[in-house]
Design a protein around this ligand. Sequence first.
Ligand code: PLZ
Length: 445
Amino acid sequence: MSMVPQQRLLRTEIPGPRSLELHVRKSAAVSAGVGTTLPVYIERAGGGILVDVDGNQLIDFGSGIAVTSVGNAAPRIVEAVRQQVGDFTHTCFMVTPYEEYLAVCEALNEVTPGTHEKRSALFNSGSEAVENAIKIARHATGRTAVIAFDHAYHGRTNLTMALTAKSMPYKHGFGPFAGDIYRVPMAYPYRWPTGPDRCAEEAFAAFVEQVHAQVGETNVAAVIVEPIQGEGGFIVPAPGFLRAVAEWCREHGIVFIADEIQSGFCRTGDWFASTHEGVVPDLITTAKGIAGGLPLAAVTGRAELMDAVHGGGLGGTYGGNPVACAAALAAIETMRADDLAGAAKRIESIMVSRLQAMAAKYDVIGDVRGRGAMIAVELVQGGGSTQPNSALTAQISAACHREGLVTLTAGTFGNVLRFLPPLVIGEDLLNEGIDIIEGVVARLA
Ligand code: PLZ
């Protein structure tokens, strides 16, 4: 197995000539509806480095959107996948089952928050896991309404588009959307009208009042929330808010679903972000970091909810594919053995202190937030204005790309720069990436 050198290296402009050639082919062959953040075509990757087809080595602050937390082509994953792919590639768990699926469910039942009796079911994508969590909550409660939040992202399928808040690009022109879904305010400290200190209490009061008046508690099957909102801009809910919502759900027999698809699997410095908020979800959706890059997703939750569904009510041809399961077992083993939650905390301490120092210097950085290796800065107009600055955000991100640092943007207003390095990134690369950001901000701010 070739170990990718952990060094940034620019041989050509970014993107290079070979990438540009491939990008012409993309336009001719791939639907224009499938976008690309950075048209650099990747040939190899490992640790914190992506190697492109022109031989450039880029620092990875994206992890394929929070997926390759254990590193790209991580050794244990490669080994487990090689072994499994040689044994068998598919039978369909619903036809003739296999042990790997059980082992993944057992591991999920163990590492997710709460010591209650749990069950899991496996799917292919995050969106599919969210859809199934809603199906289970509706079936178990006999109710239909679902509550989602401002700035939420839950996927691109029809039901999950309805749960997702942002129109462009996710929903624009794709309606009509699934019904009986209601949106309430998120406790977003940086933008709460009366300030961060009153945010949790006032947001919870608004939540209770709106659900009561506009939906009716007894009609509500589930409340779904990301314990740290991902695509919405790495919004960490005001402390106490999620707990209040979860307790209120329990009082009213409503299923509390934590969507940990982006925040899960050690990303935030704990196995799951719910734990930071002192919340034990009834159901939890996972994907992304679960299997080191192979497509796998899951719903895990209280046995009485998960078992309420009639036999054969849940499934799908590829759900819990054996190769993806082998990868997941290796990823979970890697997170345990190499203490990747601890690694995420170390990334947080370096990133947050350096970004806060930048925020003190440049007033266009309105907020630095996040947990673990899920950190973001929110960019504003500055000079006393907290108006979102999406133009500057796009410029900074593009400038980072040209210097060989893969960064992503996020946020309902497109003004959040988010950083999701692999948890195995070396400290030198991490600091070099932040140096690039600092240089670019100094130039453009
Ligand atoms: N829930 C919290 O973050 C996926 C979306 C990228 P899928 N986020 C990345 C894009 O533009 O499509 C996500 C998430 C949360 C659900 C999902 C959906 O997961 O595996 O993309 O379906």
